[in-house]
Every structure is written in C-alpha cells, then in structure tokens.
Design a protein around this ligand. Sequence first.
Ligand code: APR
Length: 311
Amino acid sequence: MNKISIIGAGMTGSTSAHWLAERDLADLVLVDVVEGMPQGKALDMLEAMPIIGSDIEIVGSNDYSATKGSDIIIITAGLARKPGMSRDDLLTANAEIVGKAATETFKYSPDAIYIVLTNPLDTMAYLTMKVNKLPRERVIGQAGVLDSARMCAFLAMETGISVENIHCYVLGGHGDEMVPLTRHSNIAGIPLCDYISADKLEAIVNRTRKGGGEIVDLLKTGSAFYAPAAAVAQMAEAILKDRHLILPCSAYMQGEYGLRDIFFGTPVKLGRKGMEQIIEYPLDADEKVLFDKSVAAVQETHEALKKLVKI
Ligand code: APR
C-alpha cells in the first residue's frame, strides 16, 4: 500500500485526508502540533471507512516518526489568511513552520515527493526544495488545479454546461496576478471567446484571480479548504497511479518560459516520478504583460524569503 503523510491537520490537511480516503489510494498519516487533534480526526475518519468500503489505515500523530516511508508528503501546516491579508503576509510565520515540516519529514522519507499547499505557495515550495536539496521533480506546489477549477466552476455557472466539458488553464503565481489562459481554455473544444461575451469572460477571469479572497471574506476566520484539498487529492492520484496527467501546478523553472530559480505556476505532467515535464504555452503580447507582472510578484516573495532563511 502506498503511504501519504499530511503535515498540518487543520481545515486543508484534514479535508485532503478526507478526499484522499474517498479515492482509496494510500494509507494516510496526519501530523499536527496540536495534541490529540490529528489522532482524533484520524480515528474519526478511520471509523468512516467501513461505510466508504475502504481498508486503508489512517493514523494521527504529533511525532514526525509516524511519517516514515511515505511516498508523498503533503505540507499544509501554517497560518491561513484572514480578511484583509494577502498570501504574502503569511511569509514569516509560515516559512518557519514549512521549513521544519520539510526537514523533519525528509529524515523519515528521503525518497518522498512533496506537494506543498501552505501559502505563499510558490515560495513555500521553493523553500521545501532548497532546504532538502531535492531534485525539482519531487517538489510540486498546489495552486493551478484550484485556480483552474474555480474558473471552470464560474464558467459552468454562467453557461449551464457541465463542468466536465469545460477545460481551463492558468499560468503564473498563486496570487491575484495569476494569468488565466483564456485563449487556450475551451468548452467542448470551442474557444471560450466564441461562447461568452468578452465582458462576461473578463468578469469570470477577475473573479478567478480573486477567488481565494472571496472565500476568505465570506468565512472571516480562515481560507478555502474544500477545493484546495480536492486539488491535492487529484495531484496525488496522478502521481501514485503514474497517470502522466497534465495539471496546472507550481514547478521549479530551469529555463522554461525564460525563467530560472523560481517556482511558478504552469501546466505540468504528473506521474510516479513527480513533475515529469513542464508544458510551455506560447504567449501573445497581452499575456506576456500579465505573465511578467506575475513573475515579478513571485520573485519579490522569493527574495523576501532569502532574507529570512539561509538557502
Ligand atoms: N507543525 C505541524 N502543524 C502545524 C505547525 C507545525 N509546526 N504549525 C501549525 N500547524 C498546524 C496548525 O495546528 C493547524 O492545525 O497547521 C494547521 C493549519 O490549519 P488551519 O489553521 O485550519 O489552516 P488551513 O485552512 O488548513 O490552511 C493551512 O494551507 O491553503 C493554505 O493558505 C493556507 O497557508 C494556509 C495553509
């Protein structure tokens, strides 16, 4: 049986375990600093397995040794946004938490593939790769699956067409500067611009960019977790089943799109080795302007991290 460990058993971590358990993919371990909480959530979820019909094991712990031999480590530990905060506002607190989660898990699972969710996402993925000196294939940030799913959901609401017919791709950092690739997105093969008016499409793009903030403003005490966690489960399945599935994720650039030494959102191919290939989309002049803005925002956060942590 494969093994997935989730660091941070809060809203995103425990909901990730829930979606993963439904997929019957792997034994699951939940780790958190709060005593009793990961154990309680794991036991509660385990008691649901006879109903789901799954024989996976689910355990909770406050000790990283429980993660030993994991195939995938999912990092969701850290603070979530509150209204008025940007993802970048979380940098200082979350860099310390994620740095520790990355190095502690690496001691017990030196061959694991990391999926990072903690924000600021691209920079936390960068930190995870650097502190453990991992090859880039083994660290992937979750952002694009969520951002494109949000765009699909809004388009389905607008058009009344099944989400299964709607294919959206996004590029860029996981922030309000992300670049929804409207030219390459389609409904049953028909370009979006042939389906809905330019102003409706622009409104959907703007709502997608601010999708995380919309949820934060509604919840008031935390950030989105159902959709981010569902995105993680899809990524983990693509890896463990060696599907070679193309999904938008945050990946480490080594010359792709002319970028180097930065985690940046792009469609990538996921399989058993992790991030197997970065898919490069040709950008037109308008997209390039948005792209450059998004690169600058992510670079700024990477630079801020380098002032905090020696990597
Ligand atoms: N080690 C392990 N767990 C930790 C640590 C640590 N050093 N520090 C904090 N945690 C745990 C908290 O105890 C909490 O249970 O991380 C969990 C975070 O859960 P929530 O507060 O519910 O936040 P959540 O909504 O899950 O978001 C977590 O994921 O999507 C991102 O932006 C989001 O950065 C945020 C992260």
